[in-house]
Design a protein around this ligand. Structure first.
Ligand code: GDP
Ligand code: ZN
Length: 388
């Protein structure tokens, strides 16, 4: 089942996160897998592992009869799974004895890579471990089932039959999905900016509370940034309040401004918030952006909050909300999704989702532009074939 790594080495790999569950799974694969595990494992029924039936759970002890009790399962001639207690020490005891016996310990990502002929599918399986919503998991599952591989194969076939322009157009379509792909495993960054007291923190609560889908809250990595993880329409989102900008009314603290700059620079979307009761709220919004020396980023939503207190009309390019009454929050949620994911991919679509894929697709695109058919093919080939 597991692809050989091309030599006679037997590998051991911890497949489960250690210290965070009742049971851990340690896999051993390679020519001497059965022999190595047999050297450490004493089956309760007294038989050696090669005399145990395949795919049957065997109870026993590790190392000595007093050793930890665990179970072992021989998957096939060259692969054995050890299921031990999930604690750090139990896992270390199993792995260290196998390493002492001559096994080579490898990370789980490498283990998964060896189980797939195509690196795109291995990468999808690895990325699936980090998908936190069913929507993102389903898109990665499509890639695991070959959506991206088939598209790359089709593009390669086009290049090889000289249809360079058509191939380039298809590469462009794939690259257009890349931003979405990157955010299948890490959340979109949505930053809420605005003067103190306009209701930024209240809006975060309203956005998260409305959706009732908090994954977890964490204190900011720096004193001034508070982030909240949530899910909007199936997309993972990290909301952060630019607490650093709270200093902007009087003196602009250098540290606060730098932090806000960094935060705004890496934001996928900025929600600029102003008080709807301020008569010149739109001017105030523009003023803030220029105070910060920022061009307004391309992806932004203008929000006029405290609409429950305002009686003047709201400009068409802004969204009116009340964090207090919930008015307009649904509209704001829809606007956030519209900005981040204007076209959600159809089921089964090809979506590239990591930097390796994006840079090879870019290389293929450039080669197409320059008419270097061979270079374009080479870049696409590299997507499909595992490097050594
Ligand atoms: P921040 O400094 O921008 O984070 O503002 P806060 O969220 O801390 O809110 C400042 C004050 O405005 C608090 O007293 C909130 O209760 C109030 N507030 C926030 N949003 C609204 C709203 O939509 N309507 C009303 N009437 N009050 C609000
Ligand atoms: Zn705040």
């Amino acid at each position: 089942m597991t692809r050989s790594n091309g030599d006679d080495q037997t590998s051991v790999c911890v497949l489960t996160p250690t210290g965070r569950g009742a049971v851990a799974v340690v896999a051993v694969a390679g020519r001497d897998a059965v022999k190595f595990v047999d050297g450490c494992f004493l089956a309760s029924n007294g038989r050696s592992l090669d005399r145990q039936p395949l795919s049957r759970i065997v109870y026993g002890h590790w190392g000595t009869v007093e050793g930890e009790d665990l179970v072992v399962c021989r998957r096939d001639e060259h692969e054995v799974e050890v299921h031990c207690h999930g604690g750090v020490q139990s896992v270390a005891a199993v792995v260290s004895q196998l390493v002492a016996a001559g096994c080579d310990e490898i990370p789980w990502q490498e283990w998964i890579s060896r189980q797939h002929e195509c690196p795109l599918e291995a990468e999808a399986r690895i990325a699936l471990a980090e998908a936190t919503t069913s929507r993102t998991a389903l898109i990665l599952l499509d890639q695991l089932q070959g959506a991206l591989r088939r598209e790359v194969e089709a593009i390669l076939a086009e290049i090889q039959s000289g249809e360079i322009a058509a191939a380039e157009a298809r590469v462009d379509c794939l690259l257009a999905n890349f931003s979405l792909g990157l955010h299948l495993t890490s959340p979109w960054q949505v930053v809420i900016a605005g003067r103190p007291n306009v209701g930024k923190s209240s809006l975060i609560n309203a956005l998260v509370g409305y959706q009732r889908a908090i994954v977890f809250d964490q204190p900011g990595t720096t004193r001034d940034v508070v982030t909240t993880h949530t899910v909007i329409d199936g997309w993972p989102i990290e909301l952060s309040d630019t607490a650093g900008l709270h200093a902007t009314t009087d003196s602009l603290e250098v540290a606060g401004i730098e932090l806000a700059h960094a935060q705004l620079a890496r934001a996928d979307l900025v929600l600029w918030v102003e008080d709807a009761t301020a008569s010149d709220s739109m001017e105030l919004l523009k003023q803030q952006a220029s105070d910060l020396g920022l061009e307004l980023p391309s992806r932004q939503v203008l929000v006029l909050n405290k609409i429950d207190l305002a009686d003047q009309p709201i400009p068409a390019n802004a969204i009116a909300t009340s964090a207090l009454t919930g008015q307009g929050i649904e509209h704001l949620l829809a606007a956030i999704v519209q900005q981040l994911v204007p076209d959600a991919p159809e089921p089964g679509s090809a979506v590239p989702f990591n930097m390796r894929q994006a840079s090879l697709l870019l290389a293929a695109k450039e080669a197409c532009e320059q008419g270097h058919q061979a270079n374009a093919s080479a870049a696409l080939d590299e997507l499909l074939v595992r490097g050594e």
